[in-house]
Design a protein around this ligand. Sequence first.
Ligand SMILES: Nc1ncnc2c1ncn2[C@@H]1O[C@H](COP(=O)(O)OP(=O)(O)OP(=O)(O)O)[C@@H](O)[C@H]1O
Ligand SMILES: [Mg+2]
Length: 479
Amino acid sequence: MLASSQPPNFGKDGHFLAFSKMISFFSIMAADMSSTNNSTPSSSSNGDEVTTATAVTAIILSIVVGVVIIVIVFLIVRCYQKTRSQSANIAVAAAAEETVNAPGSTPPSISIAVTNDSSAAAEPIERFLDDMMRDKPMRFTAQDLERFTQNYDQKLGFGGFGVVYKGRFPNGVPVAVKVLKAAMNKRAEEQFMAEVGTIGRTNHINLVKLYGFCFDRSIKALVYEYMENGSLDRFLFDENHRIPWGKLQEIALGTAKGIRYLHEECQQKIVHYDIKPANVLLTTNFNPKVADFGLAKFCDRERSYVTLTGGRGTPGYAAPELWMPIPVTHKCDVYSFGMLLFEILGRRRNLEFLESVESQEFEWFPRWVWQKFEHGEMENIVSACGIEEKDREKAERMCQVALWCVQYQPEARPSMSSVVRMLEGEEEIVPPTNPFQYMTSLSVSPASGTVSENTSTSRGTGTDDSESSSSRPLIRNSA
Ligand SMILES: Nc1ncnc2c1ncn2[C@@H]1O[C@H](COP(=O)(O)OP(=O)(O)OP(=O)(O)O)[C@@H](O)[C@H]1O
Ligand SMILES: [Mg+2]
């Protein structure tokens, strides 16, 4: 039979084709029947009527069967499409749940700690975690954190905001969990939500990524990307963990780019308030990432960390305006970055006590650098810091940028984008002015951040005492 040579196509998109083929199949059948009947030479008129009726019946039958088939095929296709869109919706709903709600509202809780190990179940979890790492911070429960950290098994360190533990997501990605100590009032809680939303949306190669947070009654914590080499201070101040100065210069530049992003490039300007080597973390390849930005806004530091800075910043790095009646802007970060640059330059702490803290005999490296610079002895700085000839130009540039960053007047300090350009050698550096002039009229202790009126300046940077200060052996056995 003609019709049987090509089977109808019942594929996903071929039901119309199937229908038309079905129609032609039955039409041909009907025509066949009709022609068979017509082929009888001795047919009567009665017989003709029967033949016509049979043909009509065959056509109607073929149409009905065709319609039934197309309806069935249509329903099957619809059913298939509906199932697909339902599973897509489930994925979208899961992704939507991770969105942190508006400031002040409580976002929904999501647990990602799934214990099913089968590979079929693992794939969507991987995808889910990948999404999470790219987008907004997730909310975790206290139980999630216990699981990630194996019951807070491994302590990485602690600071003014709390203790940091090492952990691991179910997919094996390592994390650092910072458990916040501060008890929060209602306002602080609202700030927490607002800031976590802002921090979580930052995305830059030189910023530590915030994966998520926990906001339980019993525990408040932040879950960060884990940085294999810990913080920069270890590599600056610990004799056993030295890295080449050239690498330190790259770290300085990367850190500057991270702060530039916070100040100038992210959706909402973020002032860090606590730039220092302990808040610059290093990847396996010693790429720097700035940590702890945004924390100062909603989280008070432990009392032991607070001096006259009113809870923000760390003495020695905090800009004068943080402990003086001068308006505070993002330029306070530029000042702290300048202090960090001095420490990178000298690979030593800026402030070192000569004998004991009680004796008040200390060396303050930034002022020593200024005095040398003022007297045109730049090469002395470079050689005293043990920097090789090949790095000399970069070191001299860094020295001048540092002096600009720590200017007393915030407006006199450069923007971070200018700092980046100067460090890269793309912007000419005008010789800096004395950043410590104010110390000649005020007695300032860089150690504690205390200020008092002073008429006879014993520690000023003016010509009076520059001789005695600069003659001191300032560099601890040159690295
Ligand atoms: N994301 C991280 N990855 C790896 N180690 C980390 C991470 N965050 C913090 N640490 C470790 O935990 C230590 C303590 O960090 P923490 O931020 O609590 O203190 P801090 O930086 O010294 O002071 P502050 O409270 O002013 O930030 C760091 O010095 C670092 O070694
Ligand atoms: Mg820190």
